[in-house]
Design a binder for this molecule. Sequence first.
Ligand SMILES: C[S@@+](CC[C@H](N)C(=O)[O-])C[C@H]1O[C@@H](n2cnc3c(N)ncnc32)[C@H](O)[C@@H]1O
Length: 303
Amino acid sequence: MAANYTSHPRPPLRELLTHLLEPWQFMALSLSYLPGTITPLLKSHSLRTLLSFQSLQPLWFARFWSYVGPQVRTASGPRVTPLLSGLVSGGTILTSSTDSTTPGIGGVILEIGPGSGMMVSLLSPPKDSKDQDQPASSAGHRSRITHIYGVEPNPSVHAALRSEIAAAGLQETYEIVPLGIQDALATGRIPEASVDCIVSILCLCSIPDPAENIAQIYRTLKPGGRWYVYEHVRAFREQGWGMNLYQAFVNLFWPHCIGGCNIRRDTLSHLKAAGPWSKFDLVQPPQEPWYFTLPHVYGILTK
Ligand SMILES: C[S@@+](CC[C@H](N)C(=O)[O-])C[C@H]1O[C@@H](n2cnc3c(N)ncnc32)[C@H](O)[C@@H]1O
């Protein structure tokens, strides 16, 4: 469901232009990391990597994300932290755990596409939190994490991911699965009905065959398991045909510059269709105005 855009006043032209131009700035920033990716390959005569965009792109993305990832964490952290504690409903952050009906993360966790590990530190509850003492079913609280699968196919980000895991003190718990999620499932690395919680932060835009793979990922959840979602998605119908057309135009260039990310994914529908849910609480955050080129869906689904 889209935000209620009638509650957003007409934006000043400057704000409108800033938001519309943001994706181009992001792509220009990414392009500025391309020469620094290519130069060492030229020096080491790595022609094979240079001549294959499929090999070059993950290296380029890793360099770009090492700069931009921390900024994305700073911007997204205030949304991701309450999400992982079960403190989000109707796209809104709840101020008290007594308002929540959904537990936070705990047990066996599947983190899809952790990248350089920007969200890993947010998986452990804040140091002063008493969350780990709570029973697993306690709404608005986290329980003990027993295992984390971090399914990340880009080997160029694994070193950074490993150091984030160490910094979060999760070495004993966090297992990097160096595959695409589709291969991790196909090879049985993550068995069906074995996962308590799935965490997907800005990654379903990058996986192949999203409808099919999201349905496969659903099967890894235990009955009663939860999927914590913060993803950017295709523009909502309510944003108007102009925004949809504009987003489609941006998307002609975006995936080539941003590591294969597709901004036109109908992730909300794919998640809804993945299988039966006992609770489907996933909407656009109400603060997002109609002129966002990268609108999000935010919430928690319970199997
Ligand atoms: C935009 S990054 C987000 C990284 C991280 N979640 C964050 O918020 O900083 C998307 C990540 O998805 C990963 N990815 C791409 N294809 C994937 C696949 N098939 N399975 C799992 N992850 C994938 C990329 O390698 C990349 O690290």
